[in-house]
Design a protein around this ligand. Structure first.
Ligand SMILES: [Zn+2]
Length: 271
């Protein structure tokens, strides 16, 4: 009888020892955690693990996906009524072989030739409605427009202060001398030969859909798309500008206009 009692006590003592060991080990792991929230709810938990801040991986810097280019090259020139080319700026130009008198940059000519050939291979009859324009030619166009507007206002004297109003209005219709990309020799106005009037809605949309899909392969961008009018100031969906293949692909694939692209490289540029 006595032996069984001793055995029972030993068993109970052993059980107590096991329970004590378990309780002590749980207490050592116990962590007090404050969970957030308006009340600052205080919760005790032994099931929360913390990350060692020393082993956090620093995220890789976002890869710079913009083309690595030298924005100061002439093929990237920003030309508009606020960024004028000098009257002396005259690039090397040659005759565009598919035209009788239109000229284009000698350096970029192979790209234009290849793009026009691609269009022709796909059944389009390409008409070059505009290409290189010298400073003096742009001046003639501009003065003609300003005079026409002035005349409409009853102003015939250049010295009349109101003539300046006509000049300002003309600036919204045609580029100021030095303010046309056509002076760079890198811009062309392209359309289907059946449409020589500059009314985009009337032009072959299949022509422009195809041209927009391939132009970047030849280094050209659609420079003044209608949807970017508020950024570029111009709605000339037939006007294509050579900027080189890398820049053109990036611009066309990302739906940018040239101002948005240029501003990335020239941070103080305003448009
Ligand atoms: Zn143009």
């Amino acid at each position: 009888m006595k032996g069984r009692r001793v055995l029972w006590l030993l068993c109970m003592a052993g059980l107590c020892l096991v329970l004590y060991t378990i309780v002590i080990s749980r207490i050592e792991n116990r962590t007090d955690v404050i969970f957030g929230g308006a009340d600052g709810a205080y919760v005790s938990s032994d099931s929360v693990s913390f990350l060692d801040p020393n082993v956090f991986e620093t995220p890789e810097p976002t890869e710079d996906i913009w083309p690595q280019i030298d924005i100061t090259l002439s093929q990237y020139s920003m030309v508009n009524n606020d960024n004028l080319l000098s009257p002396r700026y005259a690039p090397d130009v040659d005759l565009i072989s598919t035209t009788s008198y239109m000229m284009f940059s000698t350096a970029a000519m192979p790209y234009l030739d290849a793009m026009i050939a691609d269009m022709q291979d796909h059944g389009f009859n390409v008409y070059v409605a505009g290409a290189y324009r010298s400073y003096s030619y742009q001046e003639k166009i501009f003065n003609g427009k300003a005079s026409q507007i002035a005349l409409g206002m009853g102003v015939t004297d250049y010295m009349d202060p109101r003539y300046q109003e006509a000049v300002e209005e003309a600036k919204t219709i045609t580029a100021f001398p030095g303010g046309s990309e056509h002076q760079l020799g890198l811009a062309v106005d392209l359309m289907d030969r059946a449409y020589t009037k500059l009314i985009y809605e009337n032009m072959s949309q299949a022509f422009f859909e195809y041209l927009d899909s391939i132009c970047a392969n030849y280094g050209f961008i659609k420079r003044y798309p209608t949807r970017k009018l508020l950024l570029t100031g111009w709605d000339e969906p037939w006007h294509y500008r050579y900027v080189g293949v890398d820049a053109a692909k990036f611009i066309m694939e990302n739906g940018l206009c040239y101002e948005e692209f240029y501003a990335h490289y020239v941070p103080d540029f305003r448009y």
